[in-house]
Design a protein around this ligand. Structure first.
Ligand SMILES: [Zn+2]
Length: 81
């Protein structure tokens, strides 16, 4: 028994009946669909997978993290007198 878990898309507008917050997304047979509970509009979604090269950009060494963090210079209170 297959049970599709549907989730509502907040703020999404149905392209057919223009009703807001009526669109749901669910997976079926490894594919993603969106369906409108108001008018019955159903469409397969083709999600673009992000390039894997971008993942390596997240990894920063400790030296790179320190280089981006500039030390805060404290102002000498006596200099304002
Ligand atoms: Zn609709």
């Amino acid at each position: 028994m297959f049970k599709a878990q549907k989730r509502f898309i907040a703020g999404a507008v149905c392209p057919r009946c223009s009703e807001m917050d009526k669109l749901t997304v669910f997976s079926e047979d490894g594919k993603d669909f969106r369906e409108c509970v108001s008018c019955g509009f159903k469409e397969q979604m083709f999600l673009q997978s992000a390039p894997k090269e971008l993942e390596t950009r997240v990894n920063l060494t400790e030296e790179e993290k320190l280089a981006e963090t500039k030390p805060v210079r404290l102002v000498d209170p006596d200099s304002s007198n």
